[in-house]
Structures are given as C-alpha cells and as structure tokens.
Write a protein that binds this ligand. Sequence first.
Ligand SMILES: *Cc1c(COP(=O)(O)O)cnc(C)c1O
Length: 362
Amino acid sequence: MTKRIFNFNPGPSTIPLSVLEQAQSELLNYNNTGMSVIEISHRSKDFENIIFQAETRLKNLLNLDDNYRVLFLQGGASSQFSMIPQNLLTEGKQANYAITGSFAKKACEEANLFGTTHIAASSKDQNHNYIPLKDKFSLSENPAYLHITTNNTIYGTQYKEYPSFDNIPLIADMSSDILCKPIDGKQFALIYAGAQKNLGPSGVTIIVIRKDLLEISNKTIPTMQRYDIMADNNSLYNTPPTFSIYLLNLVLGWIENQGGITAIEDHNESKAKIIYDAIDNSNGFYMGHAVPEFRSTMNVTFTLQNSDLDKQFIAEASEKGIIGIKGHRSVGGMRASIYNAMTQEGCQALVDFMLSFQKNNK
Ligand SMILES: *Cc1c(COP(=O)(O)O)cnc(C)c1O
C-alpha cells in the first residue's frame, strides 16, 4: 500500500484509517449477505439496522432525547439553506441570521427567496475574524428562528457559547464542527451538517430536528423538501445514499471507541494548540486570522507575513506529505483543516514543517 499522507483538506477530508479498513474488509460481503453494502436493498433489515444505529448513535452523542429525529438526506448542507425557510419560515415572521462567514451569508440569501429575513448580528466589519457575542444580537420583532453557523470553515472562527433566546428556535449549520466537543443538543431546534467534514464521506447530510418543528412545518411544498415526510419514513421515502450512511455509521462507532465526545474534544484541543502555538511563537512570521478567543479547533487559518512565500510554503509542505493547506481566497494564506479524524501526528508534522520553513526563510 502507498503511504497515506497528511490530508488537511477542508472537505471532503480525512477519514479514520480504521474505518476505511473496516469498509474495505467488508466491501464484498456485508454481514454475510453475500452482497456488498452498496448492493443491498435500502428496505432490507440489514440496511434498516444501519440507519437506526446511526440515528441512535447521533442522538446519544449530541445528548438528545426522544423529542428529536435524525434525518439522512441528500443535496449537501447547501440544500438546507433553502429547505429550512421552505419548511419553517411562516407568513408574518422573520428568519433571523447571524452572518459570520460565507456559508452563513449564502444561507440567508436563500431564505430571502421564501420570505423576510433579518440580520441579527454580523462580523463582516472585520472580515469575519470574530463571533459576535449574544448581547450584540438584535432579533427582529417576530422571529421564526435564529440561524447560526457554529464553525466558520473559511475564516477559522467558532462559537464558544451559543446565543439561545427563550422560545426562539435556534438552528445551527454545524457542517464543520459537529461532534468535535460535547454540547447540549437540546439548545437547538434543528442542527444540520454535510457529512464530508466531521462525519464521513460526502453524499449524505444529517438533519437533527425537534419534533414540534415537524408538526408546524409547511405542508404545501414539494414532497422531497418536507421534513415531516422524511421523518415519517425514517429517511426511506426514496432511496437514500446508502453507502454514505453506512460509512457515517462506522465513523460514529469510531468516535465511541475513542472514548466518546469528551475524549475527542481533548484530542482536538491538543491538536489545535500546537499549531496555534507555532503561529503565536513565530514573531509575526505567521499571523493567525481569527481573534484568539474565537479560534476554531477545526480550521486553523493563518497568513505568512511575506505572502510572496505562499507558493513555496505549499510546495515544500507537499514534499513532506502535507496537503490541502492553501487558504480560501477570502482570507488568503493557509488553512489547516484538522477535523476529528486528523491525527496528532499529522498536526505535529505540520508544526515541524512550519518551524523549519521559518528558520530557512527568515
Ligand atoms: C462545507 C460547508 C457547507 C457546504 O456544504 P455542502 O455539503 O457542500 O453543501 C455549508 N456550511 C458550512 C459551515 C460548511 O463548512
């Protein structure tokens, strides 16, 4: 087998090796069915067990009770930008958005197609390098919901506390930090995430939804957009992305085997710390984009003081087996995406490279 490299891509991203190995070992014959998991019917007992186990695991890992359902849908997190207002933005109410980055802005723009939106908070004034605190939020008169993006993948910022307001459904795009640390999921009325960052492969998007929202959701929209129909059918109204759900379930099992979410959080904090320390101790050679108190443990964004060195940095990193670190054009510089499955060893390799690159290019 060729050597695996350190993959810092923002998504799709690295998947635990043990998960890939398990998928490989049972690819041709799943659970003694004589078929691949890709080939079995989505209505078979074997697949029903997979989807049920994935829902149960997700609810446990998010500290949720039976007031919640988990849906496994397609179309990526981006489809949720329109599905949420279609289902939940009712006449006479406003959809409230906190604009903390590009994905938040896109979500708000989609909601504009279906009703009235209101910007409750924004960090645009400082190129989204911080998260507005709860006392800076100003909600509209009659909010249908408040939508936040818990981790801003492009800018490298992350909420440390969530701005929940009494009786206002809090909706969160957690695509890039779901299950990175323990949370009380009950603060949220709806959580959604594309799987390809912290949960597994692309092709499946999870939606965690409180049951009262299923009841009030709009019943006059196309069937495939309706949360209540998807929930009533256990995400099996039509053929779901079976292989992605299977792999996601393996990743959830991997999280449990690591010691659960608390162990994952410790691991994530120690990985992030060594990279941020390398930035902070570089005498300005590397500069972090995010304000320290809002730094993400998932996407570390930084620029080089001398941006003429960017190309060389990326090329030499790649020779060391470090790939996917080019930053998004909105910030420039570098972004190291260090989701749950990125190892401490990978982060240490990046830090070692950063130190030697600085020494050689002073
Ligand atoms: C990647 C990402 C998206 C887009 O996800 P798709 O599944 O590609 O639609 C949306 N929101 C956030 C926060 C993301 O990181």
